[in-house]
Design a protein around this ligand. Sequence first.
Ligand SMILES: *Cc1c(COP(=O)(O)O)cnc(C)c1O
Length: 403
Amino acid sequence: MPDKNKNNPMSNLNNLSAQTKLVHGGTERSKHGETSEAIYFNSGFSYDNSEAAEARFNGEEPGHIYSRFSNPSIEMFQNRMAIFEGAEAARATATGMAAVTYALLSQVKAGDHVVASRALFGSCRYVVEDFLPRFGVNSTLVDGRNSENFAKAMRPNTKAVFIETPTNPTLELVDIKAVADIAHAHDAKLIVDNVFATAVWQKPLKLGADLVIYSATKHIDGQGRALGGIILGSKELIEADVHTFIRQTGPSISPFNAWVMLKGLETLSLRVEKMSENAAKIADFLDGHKKINRLFYPFNKSHPQYELAKAQMSNGSTMVSFEVKGGQEEAFRLANGLSIILISNNLGDAKSIISHPSTTTHQRFSEEEREEQGIKRSLLRLSVGLEDVNDLIADLDYALSQV
Ligand SMILES: *Cc1c(COP(=O)(O)O)cnc(C)c1O
């Protein structure tokens, strides 16, 4: 924290703007006064004597015990992210999927029920649809575009509602505020996977969500180096429910990866702003192109939920999806015709990435299930990176000419 001079009002976190929080928030300097945050690459911590160990374990004395529970580098990442998100507390995990799984597990027990939107990131749908029922937690998947569908699916034993908005890969939206109200009317918690919108453009906790999760692998690292995840929410939910689960079962992030994410946060806004600016320009380029059937971009007027996008997001973010005229053959020809834009399934990276969901991330679904989610064989998902946007448009322009 920037608190060199405590008389200066800028030593008060509440006076700092978002970008300053991303650079300085959560910093804990050691006695050496390092400028960049230290990597505490250690598993354990030692105590001055047995009495001190006892006090640390019974909570009478603050301090770290073991890096599965807590570690200074991990804590700096959690605190910086919580400060930026506007959350009371956060816990980091080894991957985004660990964050999703533990956010859900922390709220349910056998006999409970979960409602989720059916358009979910592939593994998230797996957790809700296949794993939770194996442990006695049934789930109902609904078309998330209409909030009424959540209300209809709620049961007396529904304890959690899980949504992603915009969704992968068709960038459909779910009305966070409306679904939060429905969940709370039934005493259930709303968990939002905010990866696609990013913490820069959408604040689910302010809209009523109880827990928000990120795959830090995506925009937070944003440079393809490390896996990570994070769960944010109230002190009550994080420090009791989520912390206990993580502490006792161990999906903890490595201190090194937490440090990579911590440094990623310093440039998160700058990268996401530039990537989103590029994405909007690419959406404009694709909009109405003679080789394109349909464009999906939340801040493009053609988006069926454009009004909702404007209401709950402050920008269209970094992802653009589109259907090429034709089918799989034309989609492959386009992707294969690109030079700069990589073919990969990752997203939120400095490098632009294109993927063909129906043969990769959504391959396991039947043709009907894909149809239900609007995933056609002609659909491509583009994660827009940090390259010069004119180069990206030229790359797409050539590839489109090959279709
Ligand atoms: C990538 C992703 C995840 C899973 O994150 P990992 O870090 O790969 O485990 C979950 N949800 C969404 C929306 C994602 O894009």
